[in-house]
Ligand binder design. Structure first.
Ligand code: ATP
Ligand code: MG
Length: 474
């Protein structure tokens, strides 16, 4: 049985400019702050790091759309950071800031894949004005490269990406249910926490149904204010409200002959619940501002991460609507309740991103897999997918090891007592982290660890640990 879907790529959302995240790496607090302000003024979200080592640790933890790094840094230089990162589309684009007159570094940086370099013209600081534009353009170019890589990958693939992966009893049950419900037209209600694969299941049902050649239309009930949602779902006639110059078909009409996926149904406002109930009962409705009754042939699949029964009890969701949609329930348990799916999913994503970014990574070490399996995954499969992407980008070995994983993963992993850790550096990092967390000042932590403060600072930098970990910052 193969359930094939392209969901992952189709649902990839383009991040609006305002939410682009940039990491600024500079050991000089003044320049760090000035760069931050210059970028934030242009609507970019900025985080900072004081060293290349800290930057690498942060890049492992979170996604960034671009990196701006000073060349001269304590320890690893900006150029080394760039070499460590690699070039787009695998890595986020990096803009290197060099000192005046350092042509050699600039040339080397461009050769190593830097998107741009700017000269730190102290004291005039004109470079700060150029920075936002340079970064926006670097991000745009790198997104084009990514899109290209994705399309190329789709062309090369004999079997399309995105099958429903997993070997837990829960996933096997869901696969069996999909087979069963796909051929009939009954309404399906998919429940599960965010990122558990609800949309993937909805698309799988559609693709295996007699409506497969018809449209699959997504309507997100939470994304719009009440007044707009109505016209989004049912369409409107010209002049129905201010701004409605031409008549427009709603999602129901556009889904005619196919499937309508009502996403985030639990967040649908009360008035829209009434309208929806009528369509579900009679398959007919009027456009906003219209008098003509429109009939459609649509299969409904709804999804929500809320507890609808609870919402019914609280009077926030109509009981009659609940019974109308809850014809065939499919529940996707959170990943932490089906840990046996973690390894197959991790390998699935590893293969996908290794291929996409052209990285010769074969797998995970046993210890890394242990950590992945023990983690609770509050963001479920989506969190795992995003994490593997970041890890693949940064990993230089042919196997992903514990050190390649973000530290919050093994910090939270309860099943990894220190005794089982057989890597000295990891033991050191974990110990320092634990002591720093439970000390009030750096001096106290250094005393407890039996090392000097300077050494402690150096080690914390090496492991990308933050002094804000201190119980009370000193
Ligand atoms: N069993 C699975 N096998 C392969 N990929 C999966 C699986 N489950 C989820 N995914 C992938 O994880 C990501 C999140 O899945 P999806 O968008 O379907 O979740 P969702 O439940 O709709 O989340 P949300 O409530 O946040 O919208 C997608 O990229 C999807 O392809
Ligand atoms: Mg979804």
């Amino acid at each position: 049985m193969s359930l094939t879907e392209r969901t992952a790529d189709q649902t990839q959302r383009v991040t609006p400019a305002a939410f682009r995240r940039v990491l600024v790496v500079d050991d000089d607090p003044l320049h760090r702050e000035l760069s931050r302000r210059a970028l934030e003024r242009e609507g970019l979200a900025v985080e900072v790091a004081e060293s290349a080592e800290e930057a690498l640790a942060r890049l492992r933890e979170q996604h960034f759309d671009a990196v701006v790094s000073d060349y001269k840094l304590p320890g690893m230089t900006g150029l080394e950071l760039l070499q460590r990162l690699g070039r787009p589309p695998a890595a986020p684009p990096l803009v290197l800031v060099t000192a005046l007159g350092d042509q050699r570094v600039a040339a080397e940086a461009l050769k190593a894949g830097a998107q741009e370099y700017v000269v730190k013209d102290v004291p005039a600081l004109g470079y700060l004005e150029m920075l936002p534009t340079l970064i926006q353009e670097a991000i745009r170019r790198s997104e084009l490269l990514r899109e290209n890589a994705r399309l190329r990958e789709q062309l090369q693939q004999s079997s399309p990406d995105g099958l429903l992966v997993g070997r837990s009893a829960a996933i096997r049950r869901v696969l069996a249910l999909i087979e069963e419900v796909a051929p009939v037209d009954s309404t399906v209600l998919i429940t599960g926490e965010s990122g558990t694969g609800k949309e993937l299941v909805a698309r799988a049902i559609h693709r295996r149904s007699p409506r497969a050649s018809g449209p699959f239309v997504v309507a997100n009930c939470a994304a719009l204010p009440e007044s707009l949602l109505e016209s989004e779902l049912f369409g409107h006639e010209a002049g129905a409200f201010t701004g409605a110059r031409a008549a427009r078909k709603g999602r129901f009409e556009r889904a005619n002959g196919g499937t309508l996926f009502l996403d985030e149904l639990g967040d649908i406002p009360p008035k829209a619940q009434v309208d929806l109930l009528r369509v579900l009962q009679e398959r007919e409705f009027e456009r906003v501002g219209g008098t003509q009754t429109i009939r459609v042939d649509v299969r409904i699949i709804a999804a929500t991460n809320r507890d609808l029964q609870q919402l019914v009890r609280e009077g926030k969701f109509r009981e009659d609507l609940y019974y109308r949609v809850n014809v065939i329930p499919i529940h996707l348990p959170p990943l932490r309740e089906r840990p046996e799916d973690i390894a197959p999913l991790a390998y699935h994503f590893l293969r996908r991103f290794a291929r996409r970014f052209n990285k010769p990574i074969e797998g995970f070490t046993a210890r890394a897999m242990e950590v992945l399996t023990a983690y609770a995954w509050p963001g479920n499969v989506r969190e795992l997918e995003n994490l593997i992407e970041r890890v693949v980008v940064l990993c230089r070995a042919d196997r992903i090891d514990v050190e390649d994983l973000p530290s919050h993963l093994w910090r939270k992993s309860k099943t990894m007592p220190l005794e089982t850790v057989d890597n000295l550096e990891l033991v050191e990092k974990l110990t320092i982290e634990r002591v720093v967390r439970t000390s009030s000042t750096v001096a106290e932590a250094a005393r407890r660890l039996g090392i000097s403060r300077t050494t402690l600072y150096a080690k914390m930098r090496k492991y990308g640990l933050d002094t804000t970990l201190l119980k009370h910052s000193s």
